[in-house]
Design a protein around this ligand. Structure first.
Ligand SMILES: C[S@@+](CC[C@H](N)C(=O)[O-])C[C@H]1O[C@@H](n2cnc3c(N)ncnc32)[C@H](O)[C@@H]1O
Length: 388
């Protein structure tokens, strides 16, 4: 069963979906067996390049990779590892650390090269952090609760948390992964699951009660909901996204959150002057790679250059929708100068009515990353439209 699941993952099916399907097809597995299956699928999906190095090949089967995982990472003897993996003879394993970043941290070559260009000496540290699952972080919905009350409520539901250090709304789950979707507190809209970096972007907008705020790439509303709570459900909160299904989910989540000021726009906004506009742009999403063990192997190098034209176009549209004296926030969840700093520099050159509001990061940009603050990777730039 494990090797069947692994060969599906190795042929490009998302590990999480494969695991889900396999568990559903084998409902009689014990809790421990399910856990072992999950560990094996996730670790082989993530470490496949590194494990292939230990096998001395670039093309290894699911069984061979599983055997290398059990011997190299779990520490079983090679005989036992081979038997558990269904191999007749144990493969000879190469020991030691690979010298290249790509093999050490199990990344495609092009991606390791990209991260070296982006982070320089810190690339190894960044890549190491991509291989550790991020924390599960919740955002307290202040329309319905306070962070400390939510913490008490969750404890009563069997979920231990601690306050996040970066966002005043954040609680981090402590201990094993709970089934959050089974909790009444979630159904009652007391919280949403949201990385602290993502919360930080919503907070950069500084939305206030009574204002008109536009979320131009609202998706399913992760940040829209935060903006609505910051506005205390007063004012106008406009949410646009070309993906109708995501907007439908946004509406469901808004109603669960007790948010009634959201107006979903089914076509791009025109002729509007908002106090604040958020452009949470579509991007290559390299900052979220730790959220899926095999995401990195399903990306193509073309992802790095596909989106800057779309991002430039979005900023050009957003430019016309901010009132004089208003605020514009451009954000991505990626680590790619071409989608971040370069897009922003071009925008500032072509839009002299806007000025950068410097954040604490380098060049005045706001940057979050797993090896720096422990969040997923994000980039943001805050602009103000000059008054008059
Ligand atoms: C990073 S996601 C947004 C996530 C969302 N803000 C959240 O916090 O949950 C980017 C979104 O941009 C949308 N998008 C893609 N092309 C777009 C366009 N031309 N105009 C506006 N949104 C676009 C995608 O459908 C996607 O939902």
């Amino acid at each position: 069963m494990v090797t069947g699941a692994l060969s599906q993952v190795l042929s490009g099916n998302p590990a999480e979906r494969v695991l889900d399907r396999t568990l559903r097809a084998h409902r009689l597995l014990s809790r421990e067996q399910r856990q072992v299956l999950a560990e094996a699928v996730f670790n082989v999906a993530l470490w496949r390049r590194r494990l292939a190095f230990h096998l001395g090949t670039s093309e290894a089967s699911g069984s061979e990779l599983l055997c290398a995982f059990l011997a190299q990472l779990v520490g079983l003897s090679s005989d036992v590892a081979a038997r558990l993996s269904g191999l007749a003879t144990p493969p000879e394993l190469v020991s030691g650390e690979p010298s290249s970043l790509a093999l050490r941290y199990s990344l495609p070559d092009w991606l390791a090269e990209h991260f070296t260009r982006e982070w320089g000496d810190a690339a190894g540290d960044f890549c190491a952090h991509l291989n550790v699952p991020g924390p599960i972080t919740l955002r307290a919905n202040l329309l319905k609760t306070r962070r400390e009350d939510l913490q008490t409520r969750l404890r009563a539901e069997g979920v231990e948390t601690r306050p996040g250090a970066l966002s005043p709304l954040a609680l981090q789950v402590v201990g094993p992964k709970p089934n959050l979707y089974g909790l009444d507190s979630l159904r009652e809209g007391l919280f949403e699951v949201q990385d602290e970096g993502s919360q930080g972007i919503g907070l950069l907008v500084e939305a206030r009660p009574g204002e008109t705020v536009l979320d131009l790439c609202a998706g399913a509303g992760g940040k829209t909901l935060l903006l609505g709570a910051a506005m205390e459900n007063r004012g106008r909160l406009l949410a646009y996204d070309p993906d109708a299904g995501r907007l439908d989910r946004l509406l469901q989540r808004s109603s669960r959150a007790g948010l009634s000021i959201v107006q979903v726009l089914r076509s791009p906004p025109e002729g509007l002057l908002a106090d604040r506009v958020l452009v949470d742009a579509p991007c290559s999403e390299l900052g979220s790679l730790r959220r899926g063990p095999d995401l990195r192997f399903r990306l193509e190098p073309g992802a790095l250059s596909a989106l800057p034209p779309v991002q430039r176009d979005l900023l050009a549209r957003a430019r016309r929708l901010v009132r004089p004296g208003g605020r514009l926030v451009y954000a991505t969840c990626t680590v790619n100068r071409a989608e971040n700093e370069d897009v922003v520099h071009d925008f500032l050159q072509g839009a002299p009515e806007f000025q950068l509001v410097p954040a604490e990061g380098s060049e005045g940009f706001w940057v979050r990353a797993p090896h720096l603050q422990g969040t997923d990777g994000f980039f943001a730039a805050v602009f103000e439209r000059r008054a008059g």
